[in-house]
Design a protein around this ligand. Sequence first.
Ligand SMILES: *Cc1c(COP(=O)(O)O)cnc(C)c1O
Ligand code: SF4
Length: 435
Amino acid sequence: MPMKYQIYSSHNYRQIPQIEKLSKEDLQSIDVVGTVLPFKTNNYVINELINWDNYRDDPMFILNFPQKGMLKPEDFETIKQLFNRQADKTELKDAANKIRHQLNPHPAGQSHNVPILNGEKLMGAQHKYPETMLFFPTQGQTCHAYCTFCFRWPQFIGMDDIRFAMNQVDSVIAYIKEHPEITDLLITGGDPMVMKASILDAYITRVLDANIPHLQSIRIGSKSLSFWPYRYTTDVDADDIIRTFEKVSKAGKNLAFMAHFNHPRELSTPAVEQAISRIRSTGAQIRTQSPLLNHINAIAKTWSDMWTRQVKLGLIPYYMFVARDTGAQEYFGVSLLKAWDIYRRAYNKVSGIARTVRGPSMSCTPGKVRICGVTEVMGEKVFVLEFIQGRNPDWVARPFFARYSADAQWMDDLQPAFGKKEFFFEPELAEMLLD
Ligand SMILES: *Cc1c(COP(=O)(O)O)cnc(C)c1O
Ligand code: SF4
């Protein structure tokens, strides 16, 4: 029997049976914050993942349900007042929009990574690092539930005109053919696994039929194993998904499934175990990644448990990210110092097999910057950093130094060490951004 997919959002969440456990104040917080930031959950998360007896501190509840602390107190108050005097919809919307614009909706200079094909911009794609092309299929621009920390939040509230609104797989294929350095095509979203099997199959078959010798891997980035594992087991087209995945291996390409897991509990249900086992049976490899999030997983043991459990299930730990500088970063953000400390204490507890993970890493304008650690050089306390990915590949794997700061949370908060005026890559980056 297929599991029925039931969605809840601001409009109907009070119908969730467990919601009667919430205090009046917590219900109001959901209404207020849910006016500004996206909110969506579903019956799997509600029934299988959340611990309702301790919902206030429950990482899975905090992962899906809007939290009071996600807005600045004065912004929270503004929206609350409007609710209390039953302001009309336009007034609420205007106030919400004003707050949204202050939440850095477009971090990390994404607009500079748009690929050009025959002089025209390819809007449904990004090409920032030479080997990997990102493709955002139109039908995959939502998710089975929304993470409260999501950095793509503007697209879920209609703030971004989703200019990815064309069926551009043929242009993506033509672009890859012209770029022999591209070995990986990453299909991403939102979540591409919200697409019907037939649509996903059409995209993948087109790519395989194009028979591009330098294309080695098709990657799929998805949170579906956490939010809707039935996608691979009981959904009406679950078997079709599995067959599409098999096609990739049969065509001699690697299918790399990039799974987003934020907490070990997401790996604990029979449904997710079954889904993982079905995906792995197709020959696909599953790698995992997650940001480090205050209130959700900012504890070393949570990470060591998560990586250990992943290895047991045959998954490959891949990235630990620093929460991005957008949306409710003040609520979810962790200092770089604390991020490194958590990483170190989790990493040194797990088997070498789990030490495939790299982090903590910031996805910022120049590239993915890893915090290697804190040390002292010639009497100055410094952060040691390195690029895992760089806009210029030559920047990668060269240690560089930033002045120590106990509360820096992002690259922008860091200054070069040793009295230098700029980081080594900055002049070149400035030139790149002029284009
Ligand atoms: C992380 C990322 C990739 C993939 O990088 P890998 O290190 O190969 O996983 C590609 N494009 C962008 C924009 C990214 O942020
Ligand atoms: S699954 Fe990814 S894109 Fe979707 S809401 Fe969560 S973080 Fe955002």
